[in-house]
Design a protein around this ligand. Structure first.
Ligand SMILES: Cc1ncc(COP(=O)(O)O)c(C=O)c1O
Length: 307
């Protein structure tokens, strides 16, 4: 984890405020009951200036999370796009992680958030690769968690709701306490779901696969990017469930996520994965990086320039 260094501004309820002024009351409803939905987005220094990657898709997922939770957002998709762009410009930091969040605010207590005001903020900070630069290069060590991914019948994983991350935090803390870099959670049927903040991909006999949305995962924007890039690179791809032991027998495994990027997994529970080289992962890392930095004319529409 990395300490946050304050930048200048945060967008809060429709306007840019000074960083220290972006505060909420301790009786903020969402703080008590986890009724908050959020996003994680990155901006990069691209060829033609600072650009936010797949902003449209992230805002769309934000609106879908709100819909699942019956949350009425007081801002439109267009207003949220402008908020993100204004924020990156106001802070003058091109390489950043953006965190839009909407939550039930101060006003009432009790489980039903219907009458609480909904507050919306977008913050940003400088954040390197979530699983480390070295992890992205050399691969990380993962463990299969004893915690099961929250089931769609109790907490819908396709909504990026703060409450889901209590499940993720249990898995992450367990992994860290046992000396691993990251956890892999199985779903309630015992099949591989995802990491606490990443999707999982497997390569076996040159075929790339990832669990389908029905396995109880967040439909990652990076996951979607990887799938499109794999198809363009001529890599055979399947959306298919796989078991815990199929993790161990993979030729390559990697995590994908906005925070983690594409990070190879070099070991799962003490078993080295493949031969320690990651040819498919490396190709996808390269293609992904080209997209983020505006070197892929074909995917220029994935970039929203902030200038
Ligand atoms: C639980 C979970 N799965 C997967 C992902 C990857 O999603 P994305 O690629 O959109 O960042 C994230 C990150 O947002 C996540 O929190």
């Amino acid at each position: 984890m990395v300490a946050i260094h304050p930048l200048k501004k945060i967008w809060l309820d429709g306007r840019l405020v000074e960083w220290p002024a972006a505060k909420v009351h301790v009786l903020t409803h969402g703080l008590h009951y986890g009724y908050a939905i959020f996003e994680g987005i990155r901006s990069h220094r691209a060829l033609n200036g600072p650009a936010i990657f797949r902003l449209r898709e992230h805002v769309e997922r934000f609106l879908n999370s709100a819909k699942i939770y019956r949350m009425k957002l007081p801002f439109s998709s267009e207003e949220l796009h402008v908020a993100c762009k204004d924020l990156v410009r106001a802070n003058g930091v091109p390489e950043a992680y953006l965190r839009p969040i909407a939550f039930s605010g101060y006003g009432e207590m009790g489980l039903d958030p219907t009458n609480c005001p909904i507050q919306v903020a977008v913050a940003m900070w400088e954040w390197g690769a979530y699983l480390g630069k070295e992890g992205q290069e050399k691969g990380v060590r993962a463990t299969v968690s004893s915690w099961v991914r929250n089931d769609a019948r109790s907490l819908p994983p396709q909504a990026k709701c703060a409450a889901n991350y209590a499940n993720g935090a249990l898995a992450k803390m367990e992994a860290s306490a046992s000396g691993y870099d990251e956890a892999i959670l199985l779903n309630s049927s015992g099949m591989v779901a995802e990491g606490p903040g990443e999707n999982v991909f497997r390569v076996r006999d040159k075929v790339l696969s990832t669990p389908p949305a029905s396995s109880g995962i967040l439909r990652g924007v990076t996951r979607d990017t990887v799938i499109q890039l794999a198809q363009e690179e001529g890599i055979e791809f399947r959306r298919v469930d796989f078991t815990r032991e199929e993790l161990f027998t993979a030729d390559e495994l990697f995590f994908s996520g906005t925070a983690a990027g594409i990070t190879p997994i070099r070991e799962v529970d003490g078993r080295p994965i493949g031969e320690g080289s990651y040819p498919v992962t490396r190709r996808l890392q390269g293609a992904y990086d080209d997209c983020l930095r505006g070197r892929s004319p074909r995917h220029e529409d994935w970039l929203t320039y902030v200038a």
